[in-house]
Design a protein around this ligand. Sequence first.
Ligand code: G4P
Length: 530
Amino acid sequence: MADLRQEICRRRTFAIISHPDAGKTTLTEKLLLYGGAIQLAGAVKGKASARHAVSDWMELEKQRGISITSSVMQFEYDGYCINILDTPGHQDFSEDTYRTLMAADSAVMVIDAAKGIEPQTRKLFKVCAMRHIPIFTFINKLDRDARSPYELTEQLETEFGIGTYPMNWPIGSGKDFKGVYDRATGKILSFGEAHRGTSRIQATEYALDDTQALDELIGPTLRQTLETDVELLDGAGYDFDLEQVRQGQLSPVFFGSALTNFGVEPFLKSFLEITTPPLPRKAAEGVVDPFEDSFSAFVFKIQANMNKAHRDRIAFMRICSGKFERDREYYHVQGGKTLRLAQPQQMMAESRQVIDEAYAGDIIGVFDPGLFAIGDTVCTKAHKVTYEGIPTFAPEIFAAVERVDTMKRKQFEKGMTEIAQEGAIQIFHIPGGGLEEVIVGVVGILQLEVLEYRLKSEYGVDVRRRSLPYQFVRWVENKDMDLSRLNLGTDSRWVQDFKGNDLLVFGGQWAIRWAEEKNPGLILREFKEN
Ligand code: G4P
């Protein structure tokens, strides 16, 4: 099975995360450009969909393939087989974003050098930290005025509680951006006018001790600053420790400018060397090694095809071990059934294609006739494993949704339940109440707009939506507590999800503290491990 090991060893599966506008799309494009997966930058599909809210989204519905394509991209570079998982960072921020991170072995965090850490970077980082996956930082837009690199790395350390190891160090920024000092080689890569284009660029290299050349290149002031910086970095910074990187405790930091291509290829090369091949995964039966012969995978995302004529769904699976073969029978653990996966597809940069085989680390999409739920495991019948479920993340936006036409009860209930099963929204109800009015929880407002749109277009139901003042939800761990007698503050409420789990929703942090103080013994959890 030498080729199985070889194939898996050369796989790198990672997610790119960022706050909107930090440059995630641009960096992804440039990575694809270097991988030869696209001819010209500017071709990453789905950018328009990532950009804008529901009107564009509805338009896009007709070409649903586009946004599916954009969610996973596979390409080859330097002998590596790379799977990039896209995490929407815009208004369509949703639970999908969190779940996608569950399928990655590492994350690249793009930060705007003028802005530093922003709110969505924080949220996404939290999920990566929960999984202890390696986090690489690309500090972008050095061709614009930027904060000091010291300030930026310090912010990462203090806010995220991780160490940072700058792999390179910027020389100036904005109009004065002269390039970066590469710490591994001790060379300076110079940034020039040629970088304003979008083609592949080989930066010119200079040695740090070539004082004369450097004085000409960056001027004596910047040269002296650089010398001091390098001394400081080598003397006072963290040491590079691969083990710590792999544990997610030390983040290698790269400075560059994705738009001008500067620093992108050195980043890619170094990233591929440092980041891990597919990692072992926890299952109920024990830890599963990716190099095991038998195939196993878990579903991390289900995307309903918006084509009304077909109403099909695609389940995205991350392969965790072994090799997938198209015509073999596999076992769906939660359904307890043997099946052949229909039309297994892999997403390339610009298209998707039916595949015959795929390896641990890869992501495949299969048609789902309604069998799968998020977190399900597919494996061989002979080697049954059950992967740990994907946690349910706490929604932050709540609305009460009811149907306008009281006659449409069945369609309303069916639509709400099916859309919730896909994992596109979370639904709750008041204990003892029916489905007359459903409380919907989401992490991004676009999810609510999409829900309304889909209820109407797919189920023929018009709904009314009312915002609710809740922002936090906590799962109640206690099994033997009479929740109807809880002492809760205003803007707090007891609800249940449709699996019958008890939850409390709160209008603010203070209300959570109140509930905990006034109800001794009450145990609340922020994530629900499924
Ligand atoms: P996102 O996916 O993280 O939301 O960011 P995206 O790549 O779309 O980049 C946001 C904006 O920042 C874009 O400009 C993009 O061109 C610009 N940008 C990205 N990287 C760099 C960089 O290294 N330097 C500079 N100066 N700008 C960068 P836009 O005007 O909003 O969009 P567009 O009209 O260029 O597409």
